[in-house]
Write a protein that binds this ligand. Structure first.
Ligand code: NAI
Length: 838
């Protein structure tokens, strides 16, 4: 055992050999072949478990680099394009810090050319038949397969990951991704009916799985019929350019895929480009937030796959030896530079000591060294900046009082290596427990009960993945839905497949990659294209009746007509102490209603948060309540129709039609309650992969001014039927239709807090919802300007937003006012991997 301070004291590529064998001296990188130690007996071999070197040939990759003069160009419109005034940066080998190649820092000229090429290619590419696109994707898969070793070696050279991983994990997954999506290309028209491709997709990827992240982005985009401008990470662009060469070989039409190299500035240019319709990003939460703000209001579709601090939970009945191997895969895979790395080990108290002892023993036998050695478990950290970040966070952890443990051997001095590291005595609120370290650093904490395990696991801003280890499947399946994470692995970890969606909850981002879930990220419903713009109309609330008001002409005396807010199942007076005037379509004063403020919204969110049992209620019960709501509304059809007609100035027939449609819509979603199923994905492991739709939790909804009853019902019914609780801002022009609903809600057994209604200025109140950290998602129908502002404000907790960008929806049209798109937006998918067999 040794203290963290002594790390990297002595170079040793073959860590497990360490100093046990005095004949063994640390090797230099290129000293091949290494002398095989003289073993005299089988027993000696067995006891020392000495490994010889098993170097992978790098010649072909080096020749490939040499052939390109160690200077790589961006891939634009089907060729490696030359631009004037090129600025270069270097890509280095993390194994030794030496230069591998120079790459072009693409600026405006290059990015503009790439986007223009993608734009020009879009019409013909998207017009190809599914079969034609499938053939291209299939050809890509085949071609990568043929050259997989070259890709793997180049990846390990550029990224520093062990060749065993790039060869046996990354490459097979890349190939699988293209095959799988060749299938989606073929089936798109019959599977995603009513959807069409988005257009030009800007894709920005990180350095931890360079080619795999490219595959995750490019394959679904092309399958759906989009064209692409992709930017690999500045540390690891080489396999993307090799991939581009392969696209030439299979004669992919020019412009369908363009690859621009460069740092974050190049990424920014893509994000800001007005001819890009979709941004797909994988990387840090910090940059994800910047991109959310940058794309706000532009109408660009966005998916973000961000950081994580995933829990690895071990219960006392788990197979501890299996769990130890799981930990190795969870945190030492790819040097821990994995967004879903199991970096927080949560141990049930009774087995914590035993598990840590086993883990330390196992850590002693891990081998850190040359990524191209087939016997190495942990390769090099991608770049000095990342190594320094890991070192700093480890130092900070020690300074905070946590206990650091590292194996007795040292890592190589040359290159960027960091030893596997284990922290105990970690406080749940400490930096170590909260910050994504993105290195081979594991922190452990203990729990006593399953409830405590869930609480500890969810004590993070992130929500990407979690592992549960127990022999009790009932317990595992009870815990899985309680964890706020997009992927759950039971008695397993870091399993990925093209057929299964991957992506996060909370500040780990939104959107999924893989499977049908991932395909939707590259499609838009056709009806969205045909929505007209709202006429410019400012929301103007009058806090006091105008002196010109013609009085309360149509309705009962004012004493009966001063509706309050509806929060937690109760009618509540507005905190502001103000009311606003409700007028009919002709400007006649009708009534006053409570002017909700920030505090009211916060109270409503609190009430909705408390109504969590609604999310756990059976789908049958939720459906029944919606039916009951419809029934009770139906009983009052005349009253609601009269109210609608007198307020909106619409004919009685039209008003009745709106009420009828609202009732129908409630029936429609009640019908879906127990039919919006998940999936069992066809992943190629001995595993059942359950894709479970889960409600977001608390969702904010801001309704448009028009069709005050129908729009409100159309927006909240899909949300609540799938288990969300809503804080709703009804139509500001005709809020009485919503306030009239209070009694219907009460008589329909809607539990308190499931539907909260706060009347007032929709844009101001929606802004409070956008900024609220306990609101998980926000739907808004209103102006383009406010849509943009809300998207920007939502960056705080990276809540998912669904806004209309000022487009007018026809609430009577079933294509655009109900259906799959609403249900899809009402949930997030959790993929739970349950292995089977002995
Ligand atoms: P990063 O988020 O800065 O980089 C990811 C990609 O985004 C790269 O291609 C980069 O060039 C690009 N980029 C950077 N700034 C941009 C901007 N303003 N607009 C558009 N594109 C931009 O991640 P970085 O700095 O490489 O790593 C820092 C930390 O981020 C890591 O320590 C880790 O915690 C986290 N990270 C998470 C990843 C994940 O898979 N979730 C992957 C990489 C990093």
């Amino acid at each position: 055992m040794k203290n963290c301070e002594l790390s990297s004291a002595k170079p040793d590529y073959y860590a497990a050999n360490r100093l046990a064998d005095p004949r063994h001296t640390p090797l230099r990188r290129h000293s091949l072949p290494r002398p095989v130690p003289q073993m005299s007996t089988v027993r000696e071999v067995f006891e020392t478990m000495e490994y010889g070197p098993a170097p992978e040939q790098e010649d072909i990759a080096l020749i490939w680099l040499k052939d390109h003069g160690h200077a790589m160009r961006p891939f634009v419109n089907g060729e490696f394009a030359r631009f004037i005034d090129e600025v270069y940066f270097e890509s280095i080998n993390p194994r030794d810090g030496k230069r591998l190649a120079r790459l072009v820092q693409c600026g405006e000229t290059e990015v503009n050319a790439a986007v223009a090429a993608a734009r020009a290619a879009f019409p013909s590419w998207s017009a190809l038949s599914g079969h034609e696109r499938a053939r291209y994707l299939y050809a890509i898969a085949r071609q990568i397969q043929k050259h997989s070793r070259l890709f793997a070696v180049l990846e390990s050279l550029d990224n520093g990951k062990p060749i065993r991983e790039s060869r046996d994990i990354d490459l097979p997954l890349v190939v699988r991704h293209f095959y799988h999506h060749a299938g989606w290309a073929q089936l798109r028209n019959e599977t995603f009916i009513g959807y069409e491709p988005v257009g030009v997709c800007g894709q920005i990827i990180p350095w931890n799985f360079p080619l795999l992240m490219l595959a995750w982005k490019v394959a679904p985009a092309l399958a759906a019929g989009n064209t692409v401008v992709l930017k690999p990470a500045e540390f690891t662009s080489l396999t993307a350019l090799l991939f581009a060469e392969l696209l030439q070989q299979i004669s992919l039409p020019p412009g369908v895929v363009n690859i621009v190299t460069g740092n974050g500035q190049t990424g920014e240019l893509i994000v800001r480009h007005r001819d890009v319709q979709k941004i797909a990003f994988t990387g840090s939460t910090e940059v994800g937030r910047i991109i959310r703000r940058e794309t706000a209001g532009t109408g660009k579709k966005l998916s973000l796959e961000l950081g994580g601090k995933s829990p690895f939970i071990v219960f006392e009945d788990a197979d501890l030896d299996g769990a130890v191997e799981g930990v190795v895969d969870a945190i030492w895979f790819n040097q821990g530079q994995v967004c879903c790395a199991g970096s927080r080990l949560l141990l049930q108290e009774s087995i914590a000591g035993k598990m840590i002892e086993k883990l330390r023993h196992r850590m002693e036998s891990l081998r850190v060294g040359d990524p191209l050695d087939k016997g190495v478990d942990i390769g090099a950290i991608v770049a000095p900046v990342q190594l320094q970040r890991i070192q700093q966070l480890v130092e900070q952890g020690r300074a905070e009082g946590a206990t650091c443990w590292q194996p007795s051997w040292a890592v190589p001095k040359e290159g960027f290596f960091f030893p596997p590291t284990l922290f105990t005595n970690v406080e749940p609120a400490s930096v170590l427990a909260q910050i994504e370290i993105f290195g081979p650093v594991l922190v452990t904490m203990t729990f006593r009960t399953p409830g405590e395990a869930v609480e500890l696991a969810n004590n993070t801003i992130y929500g990407l993945a979690a592992s549960i280890w127990t022999e009790n499947l009932n317990l595992a399946l009870d815990i899985a839905p309680k964890l706020k994470a997009g992927v759950i692995w039971i008695n397993s970890t870091n399993l990925f497949d093209a057929a299964s969606g991957f992506g996060g909850y909370r500040e780990s981002g939104f959107g999924r990659e893989g499977g049908s879930e991932g395909m939707y990220e590259y499609l838009v419903p056709s009806w969205e294209r045909f929505q007209p713009d709202y006429e410019k109309q400012e929301v103007a609330l009058r806090p006091y009746p105008s002196i010109y008001s013609t009085g309360n002409r149509h309705l009962e005396p004012l004493i009966d007509r001063s509706p309050k807010l509806y929060i937690g199942g109760k009618q509540t007076r507005s905190d502001s102490g103000y009311s606003f005037t409700v007028e009919d379509a002709d400007g006649n004063h009708i009534s006053e209603t409570g002017l909700g403020n920030r505090k009211d919204v916060r109270n409503a969110v609190e009430a909705a948060a408390k109504a969590g049992s609604w999310s756990r209620a059976t789908a049958h019960l939720r459906g029944q309540i919606l039916y009951y709501l419809a029934e009770n509304l139906s009983v009052r059809t005349t009253e609601f129709s009269n109210r609608l007609a007198s307020l909106t100035g619409n004919s009685r027939d039209e008003a009745q039609r709106e009420v009828q449609r609202a009732i129908e819509r409630l029936f429609y979603y009640a019908a879906w309650a127990d039919k919006y199923d998940g999936d069992v994905h066809q992943t190629p492991f001995r595993s059942v992969t359950l894709a479970m739709p889960e409600p977001w939790g608390v969702v904010g909804v801001a309704c448009p001014a028009e069709q005050p009853l129908l729009a409100l019902v159309s927006l909240i019914a899909p949300l609540i039927v799938l288990g969300n609780r809503v804080v709703t801002i009804p139509s500001w022009r005709f809020p009485l239709l919503a306030t009239d609903l209070y009694q219907v809600l009460d008589t329909s057994d809607v539990p308190p807090g499931v539907i909260n209604l706060v009347t007032g200025h929709p844009d101001e109140l929606a802004m409070v919802l956008a900024q609220h950290d306990d609101v998980a998602a926000l739907w808004y129908v209103g102006s383009a300007k406010v849509s943009g502002l809300l998207e920007r404000e939502s960056a705080g907790n990276l809540k998912a937003t669904w806004v209309n960008h000022g487009k007018r929806r026809n609430w009577f049209d079933d294509h655009q006012a109900q259906g799959w798109e609403y249900l899809r937006h009402a949930v997030q998918i959790k993929n739970i991997w349950v292995p089977y067999g002995e």
